[in-house]
Design a protein around this ligand. Structure first.
Ligand code: SF4
Length: 358
């Protein structure tokens, strides 16, 4: 069943420092401190508006939830826990810092029925973390992830490719370290420079060179592919578009586009398709089949891969969505052979052609 989130934003509450890139007031579009009544009413509103049966989870996002003063933390959790016990919702999650999940904190979360903790990891390179003024180290991430797993909680990692000081080596180091920790899910947010942040000031002074959108896509796609190859689901790529973020004044530079998720998948799919096609030395037509729901990923966002193929290979391409074909596969028919690309693992299965999917 599909998971739907009931978000409760706690912008910057509990944060001991202000990380250089962060402006939760802009990202969440909210300024106020929520109350228990607000949490209760928000859950009710979502339940009343729900038309489909979903796996509902209340999520405390936008701050360092486990570092929020205990009394406020418990009063916010209380209505969510009640809804959980009544079977109205099915889970509670929160996002927080890796240095704010000690034993006592975890035991409190478990008492209130929290099942998932999303850690702001951002990078596994201590130099990058220091320049982002995170106030914790990569070792804190390792310990927090292991401790949360030990207590049976699901763990999410939030990653930000493109922070100051990141280079190819530290990006690879982050991917390897996260893969080794095996979080249960990850979110990837290529860095965008938001107004009223220290990063914005660094950018204006020429001290930080922001990602281009293309570079943000490349780094995001690299991380996503590495994680998927290690069996870690990536549940979001790119900041959620909001009215505030899209008003033309809040994102000053960097990798922000409402289509980031689709562009990252377009890049991943295209790289794998081209890696195969380059090896085939094409001289005659190629048939490409895929599941209907994969059309935009296989042909590319706004047909970019489709157009690129014509220019790059100079042979006819026939693209066709085939009913009943599985997702996350690209079937390339060439000559007498069928090449099945498993996009998430990067593997290619080669078989002899038997029929067609038409
Ligand atoms: S990134 Fe997380 S810890 Fe840092 S200021 Fe933003 S909400 Fe707080």
């Amino acid at each position: 069943m599909k998971t739907s989130i009931i978000p409760i934003f706690i912008p910057h509450i509990g944060c001991p420092y202000r990380c250089v890139f962060c402006n939760q007031w802009k990202i969440t579009g909210q300024h106020r401190v929520p109350t228990a009544t607000f949490v209760k009413e928000t859950i009710q509103q979502y339940m009343q508006a729900a038309t489909l049966s979903r796996h509902w989870e209340v999520a405390f996002y936008g701050g360092s939830f486990t570092a929020v003063p205990t009394a406020l933390q418990e009063s916010l959790l209380e209505p969510a826990t009640q809804a959980l016990r009544q079977g109205k919702i099915h889970g509670i999650r929160c996002s927080t810092r890796p240095d704010a999940v000690g034993k006592d904190v975890i035991e409190r979360l478990l008492r209130f029925g929290v099942n998932t903790v999303e850690l702001g990891v951002q990078s596994m390179d201590d130099t990058v973390l220091q320049r982002a003024k995170r106030g914790h180290t990569a070792t804190d991430v390792v310990q927090a992830t292991r401790r949360l797993h030990k207590y049976g909680l699901l763990v999410g990692h939030q990653l930000m490719p493109g922070l100051p000081g990141e280079d190819e080596r530290s990006l690879q180091q982050t991917a390897a370290a996260v893969c080794a920790l095996q979080p249960d899910a990850a979110r990837i947010y290529p860095v965008a420079v938001l107004a009223e942040t220290e990063l914005a000031a660094q950018y204006r002074q020429g001290l930080y060179r922001p990602l281009t959108t293309a570079e943000g896509i490349r780094r995001g796609a690299y991380l996503k592919q590495r994680l998927l190859e290690h069996g870690i689901p990536v549940i979001r790529t790119g900041l959620q578009a909001t009215k505030v973020l899209d008003d033309g004044e809040q994102v000053l530079a960097g990798a922000y586009t409402p289509a980031m998720g689709e562009l990252i998948d377009t890049y991943r799919y295209r790289r794998q398709l081209f890696s195969l096609l380059d090896r085939l030395n094409l001289c005659t037509s190629v048939h490409i089949y895929y599941a209907p729901s994969e059309t935009s990923r296989v042909r590319g966002y706004r047909n970019i891969t489709y157009k690129y193929c014509l220019w790059r290979y100079r042979v006819p391409f026939i693209w066709q969505a085939g009913k009943d074909l599985p997702n996350k596969r690209i079937f390339v028919h060439y000559g007498q052979m069928v090449y099945t690309i498993d996009v998430d693992t990067g593997g290619v299965l080669i078989t002899k052609k038997e029929g067609s999917y038409e």
